[in-house]
Design a protein around this ligand. Structure first.
Ligand code: PLP
Length: 230
């Protein structure tokens, strides 16, 4: 884990990477949001990032996230759930989070919609696409995406915002582009079909430049901000 000073420095460096990638892609820098992935990082580490101006945080494990939310109390944080979603977790997620990036099944969409407290705005959701076609990975297949989008779009407790992907890790930059490009094409195709999707959630510490080149509007960055998770 990194010290507070390191976290502020790392955040600046990540924001610079985003700005350079945006410029290279001829995109406005404010068209790309930074989600700080704080899973398995301490409350103190989140506090350091907050002090450095970061507002959106991503968590993968419900119990861990709920404990952090309690500890951080009234801090002005936008919480994003990015971990694998299971039916026994939907209630806690629907009650405590502002966003979910990992929706990949109709049954989960229905539960989240039903369990979203009526006094809160609809839950922002991205549908996760298994873009690399990995058998072991979560995410809806490209083939099944249109049906899930159609079904999720009409649920009253959800606000369908976009698509999310975690392509197979690819250390070689020139090989990172292809899956991101396919996600961009899917995103555009779905918008031509009438969805008003505004969020393309893709790109992490090791591949955010390639994701931004392809059109990512939100990058999810953990280790480049907080250091290793061990
Ligand atoms: C952990 C995680 C990240 C952040 O990964 P880093 O390589 O640490 O930047 C992004 N997205 C998801 C879904 C994750 O689980």
């Amino acid at each position: 884990m990194s010290k507070p000073n390191d976290i502020a420095t790392n955040l600046r460096a990540v924001r610079n990477r985003i700005a350079r990638a945006a410029e290279a892609a001829h995109r406005p820098v404010d068209s790309i949001q930074l989600l700080a992935v704080s899973k398995r990082q301490s409350v103190e580490a989140i506090g350091a990032a907050l002090s450095a101006g970061q507002r959106a945080f991503g968590e993968s494990y419900l119990q861990e996230a709920l404990a952090k939310m309690t500890a951080l109390g009234e801090a002005d944080i936008e919480w994003h759930f990015i971990g694998p979603l299971q039916s026994n977790k939907t209630k806690g997620v629907a009650e405590a989070f502002d966003w979910v990036h990992s929706l990949d099944r109709l049954s989960l969409a229905q539960r989240l919609s039903r369990q979203r407290p009526p006094d809160r705005p609809p839950l922002n959701v991205c549908v996760q696409v298994n873009i690399s076609g990995e058998a072991s990975k979560s995410g809806v297949t490209v083939e099944a995406l249109p049906e899930l989008l159609a079904e999720a779009a009409v649920l009253p407790g959800l606000h369908l915002r976009g698509l999310m992907a975690i392509p197979k890790p690819q250390p070689e930059p020139r090989r990172q582009h292809e899956p991101f490009q396919r996600m961009r094409e899917l995103f555009d195709t779905m918008n031509t079909r009438g969805y008003a999707l505004d969020t393309l959630s893709m790109g992490m510490s090791g591949d955010l430049e390639a994701a931004i080149a392809a059109g990512a509007t939100l990058v999810r960055v953990g280790t480049a901000i907080f250091g290793s998770r061990d």
